[in-house]
Design a binder for this molecule. Structure first.
Ligand SMILES: Nc1nc2c(ncn2[C@@H]2O[C@H](COP(=O)(O)OP(=O)(O)OP(=O)(O)O)[C@@H](O)[C@H]2O)c(=O)[nH]1
Ligand SMILES: [Mg+2]
Length: 240
């Protein structure tokens, strides 16, 4: 880890060849380490990441043999970042839906005292850019559904632009987290809330990707639908 750098951005990639170099370049000035977590992308994103890491001292790469979803990729990244001594661990997408220029705002909120900072589309000042009606309904509906069932005072539970204080990831039983898609975002935030950590939402503008393809699938939505009541039940039974 670069001396003095305390924040590691975990950047999962699957077929993000067009986005990777611009994203790493955009993150460079923010004083963070970046850990690319590539699941054997058929388009060669993993090889490109290795080449870029040779040139960019703040970049390292974790290769995983196959695509298993966002959840397992992030868990592998969290473990590596914690082992490397990170104080703050960030999550963000590599498709420019999350603006790299917002990274310092997330870090600043954590440094002001929040344990988990969420880049939120659904608080005042936040928004969703060029999404169609269908995607808006799925996303907003999903967050409301989870918020209601889990009684969680958080407006954007499915977003993936987050900054964890190391203590949060140490307190969460990472081995017990099995969610793969959006449910992973809901589950990690819910576990942080249950453990008594301070969660703060800061507004972000989310824009749809311009390069590459979405990995969103029906299976990801279905998982989130059943996982939410399952999490609530686990909490009621004292298992969470
Ligand atoms: N390592 C890894 N990365 C993944 C996997 N699935 C998605 N990603 C990455 O996770 C980030 C978010 O994925 P997207 O395809 O943008 O999915 P999304 O943001 O949920 O959906 P869209 O808004 O439609 O783009 C991107 O950087 C993807 O490359 C996976 O199984 N493994
Ligand atoms: Mg995306």
């Amino acid at each position: 880890m670069v001396p003095g750098v305390r924040a590691v951005v975990c950047l999962p990639t699957y077929n993000e060849r067009e986005n990777l170099e611009p994203m790493l370049t955009a993150l460079g000035p923010h004083g963070v380490e970046v850990l690319v977590i590539d699941d054997g992308s058929p388009d060669g994103t993993g090889d490109l990441a290795d080449r870029l890491a040779e040139r960019l001292p703040y970049v390292s790469v974790l290769h995983r043999p196959r695509k298993e979803g966002l959840g397992p990729a992030y868990l592998a990244g969290f473990r590596r970042a914690l082992a490397d001594g990170a104080e703050l661990v960030l999550e963000m997408d590599c498709d420019f839906s999350h603006d790299p220029a917002d990274v310092p705002r997330l870090i600043a909120a954590a440094e002001r005292g929040a344990d988990l900072v969420l880049g939120s589309r659904y608080v005042r000042g936040g928004s969703v850019g060029n999404w169609g009606v269908g995607r808006r309904i799925v996303s907003r509906g999903g967050s409301l559904y989870a918020q209601l069932l889990l009684q969680a005072p958080v407006r954007d539970l499915t977003g993936g632009f987050k900054c964890y204080r190391r203590a949060v990831l140490e307190a969460i039983d990472l081995d017990a987290v099995r969610s793969k898609g959006y449910a992973f975002q809901i589950e990690t935030t819910y576990r942080a809330l249950r453990a008594g950590f301070r969660v703060e939402e800061i507004p972000i503008t989310f824009v749809d990707r311009e390069e590459g393809g979405s990995k969103m699938s029906n299976a990801i939505v279905v998982e989130a639908v059943w996982k939410v009541p399952a999490l609530r039940l686990a909490a009621l039974c004292g298992r969470l």
